[in-house]
Design a protein around this ligand. Structure first.
Ligand code: G1P
Length: 302
């Protein structure tokens, strides 16, 4: 079996409810919340494209049509902007429009967990390796996390995913892996467990939401066994696949913001705004002012 076939397609699950962001997500998908002026989901698409991905497969659910509209053309808006001479915005919108036929959508009809959402993409992926990006996890670094993962895949083939280190008490929020020796630019994976208690965690390397998987994962996901949180977990099927195929981990050296949490989302907004050439300095100064103001208020209140 050739375990280094090219990776052309990326699956991006966007079916979650976003209950942590209510009421904002009552009438809009959480993936459309903005980091500065671009929706969270755009960051995952850009990262995939930067890594050489040609096709995006979204796994959506009810009330997610705003995502489809966002990746479609907007002729009325373009006409209005053109009439008012807003050429910069027109160019920007045209540049971000995916090539016709390169974006597909399938629905996860029942929210049964990440493993089930990925399984819903099996027909669109077909019999080839695919990338998987969880859009809540927004990576911030010189190079996109998926591009680095693709480099490791080209070296070792098989299944690869990106990991970062977390504090021991945080293991119960993530998938955590056991690591063996270093291989090329990665680490051999010896086991994986979803959301372990700190005392059961095999290490503090957690899965940060970026994967390249062989299509055999779909046969394992098909059994639909429930795991942590009574959900169908991707990690459980990966653990089974590890018995027959290699897995390697890519330690990501950038930083990932967990935009599924309010804290991560706010941090991402500040960090990305400070990086922007058109506003970075202003935002940096504003953050300093806000810190001063906050300190003074705290001193007064004490
Ligand atoms: C999912 C995965 C978990 C991974 C995490 C990253 O968990 O199951 O292994 O570490 O994403 O965000 P969820 O956040 O959906 O609970």
């Amino acid at each position: 079996m050739n375990m280094k076939r090219p990776v052309r397609k990326a699956v991006i699950p966007v079916a979650g409810n976003g209950t942590r962001f209510l009421p904002a997500t009552k009438a809009m998908p959480k993936e459309m919340l903005t980091i500065v002026d671009r929706p969270v989901v755009q960051y995952a698409v850009d990262e995939a494209m930067q890594a050489g991905i040609e096709n995006i497969i979204f796994v959506t659910s009810r009330n997610k049509t705003a995502i489809e509209d966002y990746f479609d053309s907007a002729p009325e808006l373009i006409a209005t902007l053109t009439r008012s001479g807003k050429t910069v915005q027109v160019t920007q919108l045209e540049k971000m429009l995916p090539l016709a036929g390169t974006v597909s959508y399938t629905r996860q009809q029942v929210p049964l967990g990440l493993g089930h959402a990925v399984w819903c993409a099996r027909e669109l992926v077909g019999d080839e390796p695919f990338a998987l990006l969880l859009p809540d996890m927004v990576s911030y670094g010189r190079k996109g996390c998926m591009a680095g993962l693709m480099e490791l895949y080209e070296e070792v083939g098989g299944n690869v995913f990106a990991v970062e280190e977390c504090a021991p008490e945080e293991t119960s929020s993530y998938g955590v892996i056991g690591v063996g020796r270093s291989v090329n630019h990665g680490l051999e994976v010896t086991g994986m467990v979803e959301k372990p208690k700190p005392e059961d965690a095999p290490s503090n390397y957690y899965l940060n939401g970026r994967y390249i998987l062989q299509p055999e994962i779909f046969d394992l996901l098909a059994s639909q066994e429930r795991g942590a949180g009574n959900e169908i977990q991707l990690t459980d099927s990966m653990q089974k696949l590890l018995n027959v195929q290699p897995f390697h981990a890519h330690p990501y050296t950038g930083r990932t913001f967990d935009c599924g949490s309010k804290r991560g989302f706010i941090e991402a907004n500040v960090a990305f705004a400070m990086l922007r050439s058109d506003m970075g300095e202003d935002i940096y100064n504003s953050v300093k002012d806000l810190l001063d103001m906050h300190e003074k208020t705290r001193v007064k209140a004490a």
